[in-house]
Ligand binder design. Structure first.
Ligand code: GUN
Length: 310
């Protein structure tokens, strides 16, 4: 039987409605949640993500300002701009859209963002807290994946989660989250990457398979264990002359063949992407409310010990 499609868009909408209510009560108390988005260069995919974030913030009542810089800006000047935002009380959250141009070290930029405004969860202190299981900002995509699993009733406990991709923004933090000793976690985790020998031998062992390596349709049905839960983080533009815009979006998973084998699967678009944005809103509202990492799981299944994931 074909896999059930996980409706990330619909689940994200439910979460956004809840966040909208929280923003309303914050505003009634005189707190207007604010997010600064820093966008360097003109990468079309990044521009489209930034527009999506601006729209989502506006819908729930979060004020946003996008600061745009030419891709010639120096690392020092960019860090100066971020320090200015750190001091600006109208912004509770700061997000630096990635990727940055090659001459700018994204680690130095992440370190420049004030920890308490780091809604992307990339500051070394926040990464350390995540590793230690302390309340902190969890990066949007891994947190969104935990929420998706919870919403469809998939408990990672005792399961083998295989993550293809070791990025600082998805693969690594997700491995930490899923392997925590906590409700909604307790998985056995394998992280695969570009140098992994015989990738299919690993992916075929996955009860939960997360594809986050940025390679269009790399994971095909024959690489998936029957009834696995497949989470596709990839958003790849592939040329398609039949489309008005000249391309179509595909994930890192070959959807049609994977769907025949999996029990649940996320679509692209409409799966993980909307959840990433919803979690950014969640982190921004938590920053504005002064309860970093303390809000319970949106799905309500995580216990207090799991707060750093929820
Ligand atoms: N680029 C692609 N996804 C993301 C994200 O979640 N955060 C940031 N800052 N940049 C991204």
């Amino acid at each position: 039987m074909a896999a059930e499609i996980i409706d990330g868009k619909g689940i994200a909408q439910q979460i956004r409605r809840k966040i909208e209510g929280e923003v309303r009560s914050l505003r009634e108390r005189g707190v207007i949640p604010g997010l600064a988005v820093v966008f360097v260069g003109e990468n079309p995919a990044s521009a489209s993500y930034v527009r999506g974030k601006e729209r989502a913030c506006a819908e729930v009542g979060i004020e946003t300002e996008t600061l745009r810089f030419a891709d010639t800006i120096s690392e020092g000047d960019l860090i100066e701009e971020i320090r200015r935002l750190n001091q600006d009380p109208s912004f509770h959250g700061i997000l630096v859209q990635l990727p940055l141009p090659g001459h700018i070290d994204s680690g130095s930029v992440a370190e420049a963002v004030a920890c308490e405004k780091d809604v992307d969860g990339l500051h070394p202190v926040n990464v350390g807290k995540l590793c230690l299981g302390q309340p902190t900002f969890v990066p949007g995509t891994p947190r969104g994946i935990c929420e998706l699993l919870a919403h469809v009733g998939v408990d990672p406990e005792g399961k083998h989660a295989v993550i293809a991709g070791r990025s600082n923004i998805v693969g690594r933090p997700l491995a930490i989250l899923l392997s925590r000793k906590a409700r909604g976690a307790n998985a056995t985790v394998t992280v695969c990457h570009s140098r992994t020998a015989d990738l299919p031998s690993h992916t075929r062992q996955a009860d939960i398979l997360v594809a986050a390596m940025g390679q269009p349709e790399k994971i095909v049905g024959s690489m998936i264990k029957p009834d696995a839960v497949v989470i596709d983080v990839g958003v790849n533009r592939v040329a398609d002359s039949s489309k008005k815009r000249g391309y179509r979006l595909v994930g890192d998973v070959h959807f049609e063949s994977a769907r025949e084998v999996a029990s649940y699967i996320t679509p692209v678009p409409g799966g993980v992407g909307p959840m990433t944005i919803a979690m950014l809103l969640r982190n921004t509202v938590d920053a504005a409310a002064g309860r970093i990492g303390r809000s319970m799981s949106e799905a309500g299944i995580h216990g207090p010990e799991a707060e750093s994931c929820s």
